[in-house]
Design a protein around this ligand. Structure first.
Ligand SMILES: *Cc1c(COP(=O)(O)O)cnc(C)c1O
Length: 233
């Protein structure tokens, strides 16, 4: 017995309450079930209870689960650090890549997108806390980076993503969420060709309610749905 059903109900209640607090609609927020390390049966269970968007952080695992779970209407998101040589597995599978943080990676996504005649939706990952363990470009690099990406015809920058530091107190991350939203608004105001971002991927199990209050359009919830991860094989 898992608690997935109860967990989903609980998360849904909290999403709704956060939306209510700031006058947003539930449909404005996409709940991504972060299923990394979890067995496919757990994903099936989450699917059964209504979840349709799954996030993984490793390409191999994403491909394997995609193949095992061929259920209708599932959207797969690549949320973790992406190696250039793994991009080729994604065009048929991933509907959004959250973690673009280098020109090399963007060039490869463009190349593969062109090969498959597809426009690849991506988010730019920004590192706001400047902990060196985190991936992402700095906010000062963001404008130049996005200008470069805007020239790629097979890549579409849909918005921004960040992974804030792990904190005990979710309020401590409000500043980062607010900052990322402001960066997106400011970049949109610069009228860069082909750039009109509307996705903010912020908020994880510990802080998604605050993230919704600060404008999250996508929240990435793992533990809150599937329980604690064990990293043992
Ligand atoms: C694992 C992961 C999450 C989910 O973390 P939880 O705290 O379990 O909700 C969200 N985003 C990224 C990028 C992750 O790697």
């Amino acid at each position: 017995m898992t608690r997935i059903k109860e967990n989903i109900r609980d998360v849904e209640e909290k999403i709704q309450a956060a939306c209510d607090r700031v006058g947003r609609k539930r449909e404005e927020v996409t709940l991504i079930a972060v299923s990394k390390t979890m067995p496919v049966e757990y994903l099936r269970e989450a699917y059964l209870h209504g979840l349709r968007v799954f996030g993984e952080n490793k390409v191999q695992e994403l491909v394997r689960k995609y193949e095992e779970l061929k259920s209708d209407g599932i959207e797969w998101h690549m949320i973790g650090h992406l190696q250039v040589n793994k991009v080729k597995y994604l065009p048929e599978i991933a509907s959004l890549i959250h973690s673009v943080d280098s020109l090399k990676l963007a060039e490869e996504i463009q190349r593969i997108g062109e090969k498959y005649s597809k426009i690849m939706d991506i988010l730019v990952q920004i590192n706001l806390s400047l902990e060196d363990s985190k991936f992402g470009i700095t906010k000062d690099e963001a404008e130049d980076f996005i200008k470069r990406l805007s020239a790629y015809p097979n890549l579409k920058v849909r918005g921004l993503m960040t992974v804030p530091p792990f904190v005990e107190e979710p309020e401590d991350n409000r500043q980062y969420f607010r900052e990322l939203r402001k960066i997106m608004v400011d970049l949109n105001a610069k009228n860069i060709d082909n750039i009109d971002m509307n996705i903010l991927s912020i908020g994880m199990t510990g802080d998604y309610e605050v993230a919704i209050e600060e404008g999250a359009t996508h929240i990435r919830v793992g533990t809150g749905i599937f329980g604690e991860r064990s990293y043992l094989p």
